[in-house]
Write a protein that binds this ligand. Structure first.
Ligand code: KG4
Ligand code: ZN
Length: 395
């Protein structure tokens, strides 16, 4: 079954053709990062206009790269939430219109669920996993249920027990900032580029390289700045706002040492700029070592995510853990979790970096598994910006 997936929930416009929910024929993403980097974050109005400009060329390119025509498609899936309303509306409207025009089934896809399904994706030319004529819900190389999934994106951080396709139980979630949001805000404080995750990862790597060159112990990369961890013991919940504030205070301290405000600034006479933006620029000039602070921050986030995930995997006796969402691209998290789980014989899976961040291949994959259950959506389906995973009661 060939599915065209369409993704437009935030600042990435994606279209992909995926066979049987797993095999990639094409995956095209138009990113707006350069535009939003100017503002230090996503500007919703700008994002939706860019979606409109990119969506048709992106879909046409996906069809071309997959060497398939409209008549080859069996269904269309598009994200309907969660995300920015204006951006979601573009992809959902285009998806429904195309499904009507070409008379194929349409399915609205939950973006968070799709992040989980990125773990089912593989290359078409992967010799061990050639498509099967009657590919169904379960194939040999698929992740095996029950499994634990850590869903960590720009707006969500959730630890989810997945008992089977579509059966989700919530074990824990963030009480305040999402992990990705913490990376983005801290990057802004430190004057690093948007999105913050990759910038902090790069700065942390730089810290390690500088220590290596100086012949100093690498452990200094994670411990030079002592940052707090919110363990919230006895729960699988997370909290990252205290950590973010601790970094902000360090940066503020550095700024205060560096510069005394003029009288008119002190009276609020100067035009207000974002606290984070102004901090970032000054923090680099202050006494802070940005790479070392980035490394310490990354370590604090990874520490909590990895330990809590390992504890939940043990309590629920799963044999497999999946990472999903943009923060799953983080190299330090992947290797730390690998180290936590290997001695317990628990397998860790994560998508290739391109399928951790927003993409349409994961949308096509999630759509396939719903279509296999005979699900369809009508053309009256509306966007749901606040959509969450469809959790069931814990057993
Ligand atoms: O899943 P995603 O692409 O979009 C949402 O659905 O939110 O996640 C974006 C988030 C951003 O906060 C970004 O900073 C973070 O994922 N991210 C990373 C890395 N790459 C992206 N965080 C940590 N390390 C990375 N390498
Ligand atoms: Zn996402």
């Amino acid at each position: 079954m060939l599915v065209l997936g369409i993704e437009s929930s935030c600042d990435e416009t994606g279209a992909a053709i995926v066979k049987d929910g797993r095999y990639l024929l094409s995956n095209v993403v138009a990113s707006q990062i350069d535009i939003h980097n100017r503002y230090g974050g996503v500007v919703p109005e700008v994002a939706s206009r860019q979606q409109l400009a990119s969506i048709i060329p992106v879909i046409e390119t996906a069809l071309e790269q997959a060497e398939c025509g409209w008549e080859d498609l069996d269904a269309i899936g598009a994200t309907y939430g969660p995300g920015l309303a204006g951006s979601l509306l573009v992809g959902l409207t285009v998806g429904k219109t195309l499904a009507m025009a070409y008379n194929v089934p349409f399915l609205g896809v939950n973006h968070l669920e799709a992040h989980i399904y990125a773990n089912w994706l593989r290359q078409l030319d992967d010799t061990n996993t050639q498509p099967d004529d009657d590919a169904g819900e379960f194939l040999a190389d698929d992740p095996t249920f029950p499994l634990l999934c850590l869903v960590i994106s720009g707006a969500h951080s959730e630890l989810v027990l997945v008992r089977s396709h579509g059966h989700y139980e919530l074990l824990g979630r963030t009480k305040d900032d999402a992990a990705g949001e913490a990376f983005d805000k801290v990057a802004r404080v430190l004057g690093l580029d948007y999105p913050g995750g990759p910038s902090i990862q790069k700065a942390a790597q730089q810290a390690v390289e500088e220590l290596q060159q100086a012949g100093k112990p690498l452990s200094l990369a994670n411990s030079t700045y002592r940052l707090p961890r919110a363990w919230l013991r006895g729960t699988y919940d997370f909290s990252f706002s205290g950590l973010k504030t601790a970094v902000l205070h360090l940066a503020e301290g550095a700024t205060a040492n560096q510069r005394v405000p003029t009288t008119s600034e002190a009276k609020g006479g100067k035009k207000q700029v974002s606290k984070y933006t102004s901090m970032g620029l000054s923090a680099q000039k202050g006494g802070l070592n940005v790479p070392l602070l980035a490394a310490s921050f990354q370590e604090a986030v990874v520490d909590v995510l990895a330990v809590k995930t390992r504890l939940a995997a043990q309590e629920y006796h799963v044999k497999q853990v999946l990472l999903a969402g943009g923060v799953a691209a983080n190299v330090a998290l992947r290797s730390r979790l690998e180290r936590e789980l290997r001695p317990l014989n628990i397998r860790l899976n994560y998508p290739a970096v391109a399928f951790c961040t927003d993409n349409a291949a994961m949308i096509a994959s999630a759509a396939f598994f719903h279509l296999m259950h005979g699900e369809r959506h009508g053309l009256d389906l509306d966007v749901q910006p606040g959509l969450s995973l469809p959790f069931r009661q814990k057993k």
